[in-house]
Design a protein around this ligand. Structure first.
Ligand code: SAM
Length: 383
């Protein structure tokens, strides 16, 4: 079976690399949308459980060209839906069209549904489907007249890990937070500190990475209700993941953060508890101007506020300057900041060593990585 591990713009490469590390077959990073791989249901289950930067794992039913509704109808109707969907299965359809002859998602949705009903009516000899059983969310995407028909094995987006029940001001999606930690150059033996931690997403994702905790350990996936899936095998995969985490839980962890807003810290504490990390992440209410980290240097990581209104823009610029000062007074520390503010580096006071472009929902953002200054044996900064 062919699968797509869908991922947001900029995260496709990390998703593909993680699939390869997991030993998946024929991994191919797509130009847009994620990475493809091949495998059985158990491989897909493993991908759902372990991929940190992927939104959904989708079973590819087919890919074909269609320039008319008739071609779409016939292309969908010829697929062996009865092999996957039982007679009581629910099969809602969602659709997306990009630069194609067919550009109406609502028509694509209706035509796909009709073609599936026709096929399943013939297969099951009934003319009415109650759709009360397991959910097979069908996903049709038409891009440049090529139709990709998939079934979503994840259910709720994989960014929903199960620990975040409350959202503070502009929280980061968990998948994006994990990508930012993975790209920061942080090694889990070093300290990591978020001085604008909000509801704690970056810190929790960093702890999951350090403790080898599967991000999907606390949640279920749609495919677990599918009749064709070996449930005992999936449970075994989950048990294995749980035992890996149990083995690593006692590892030393140097992950901490603060925020100026007491309510945000309250939410962060709640999320840390819900993630099962009580007592493992240090949190406090603090203005970032008062943050200094004595001891071993490490990585500061932050998703500072950015504003669209002019007074918010001024405040965001002030935070960028304070972050620059934070790195300057903590020699040996690198600092990674994820911001939509295109003037960020100017305010920060130096050029980033590396930068990457990602989207936070619809907002284009840049990830600025300011590496630590290198010093010689006498502690003098090398230029
Ligand atoms: C975009 S939010 C961070 C969201 C966070 N990544 C999350 O997942 O919830 C920016 C945070 O910066 C905090 N902040 C703003 N100015 C600050 C300052 N001077 N010191 C510390 N935190 C500050 C805000 O309270 C807010 O929680």
């Amino acid at each position: 079976m062919k699968w797509i591990a869908s991922a947001a713009f900029g995260l496709e490469g990390i998703t593909g690399r993680d699939l390869k590390r997991m030993g998946m077959e024929n991994v191919r990073v797509m130009d847009v949308g994620g990475a493809e791989f091949e495998g059985g249901f158990e491989d897909a289950f493993r991908a759902n459980l372990w991929l940190r930067t992927c939104d959904r794992v989708m079973l590819v039913m087919d890919r074909f060209e269609a320039r008319s509704f008739e071609e779409l109808f016939q292309g969908v109707k010829k697929l062996p839906w009865e092999k996957l969907i039982p007679s009581d299965g629910a099969f809602p359809v969602r659709a997306r069209c990009v630069r194609s002859q067919i550009m109406s998602p609502s028509d694509v949705q209706k035509i796909t549904k009709k073609a599936m009903v026709e096929r399943l009516k013939q297969a099951y000899g009934v003319d009415w489907f109650r759709e009360t059983g397991a959910v097979f969310q069908v996903d049709v995407s038409i891009r440049g007249d090529v139709v990709t028909v998939c079934v979503d094995s994840s259910g709720e987006a994989l960014s929903k890990r199960g620990y975040r029940t409350w959202n503070g001001e502009a929280p980061l999606r968990e998948t994006l937070a994990a990508a930012l930690v993975l790209q920061s150059g942080w090694h889990p033996k070093e300290p990591l500190y978020d001085p604008c931690c909000g509801t704690g997403t970056l810190l929790i994702e960093a702890a999951f990475i350090a403790l080898n905790r599967a991000p999907g350990l606390l949640r279920k996936f749609a495919m677990e209700a599918w009749p064709g899936v070996d449930h005992a095998a999936c449970e075994e995969i989950r048990r294995e993941a749980k035992s890996k985490y149990d083995q690593c839980y006692q590892r030393p962890l140097h992950v901490a953060g603060s925020d100026i807003d007491p309510e945000a810290i309250e939410l962060a504490r709640r999320h840390v508890r819900q993630a099962g990390l009580n007592g493992r992440i240090e949190l406090e209410v603090k203005d970032l101007r008062d943050v200094t980290r004595p001891g071993e240097p490490g990585v500061f990581i932050a998703n500072p506020p950015y504003g669209e209104r002019i007074d918010n823009v001024r405040a965001a610029h002030a935070v960028a300057r304070q972050l620059g000062a934070l790195q300057a007074r903590n020699p040996g520390w690198s600092l990674c900041a994820f911001s939509a503010d295109m003037g960020f580096e100017r305010e920060y006071g130096r050029r980033a060593s590396r930068r990457k472009r990602f989207y936070n929902g619809p907002i284009e953002c840049e990830y600025h990585i300011f590496e630590a200054d290198k010093t010689d044996k006498r502690g003098v900064i090398k230029k």
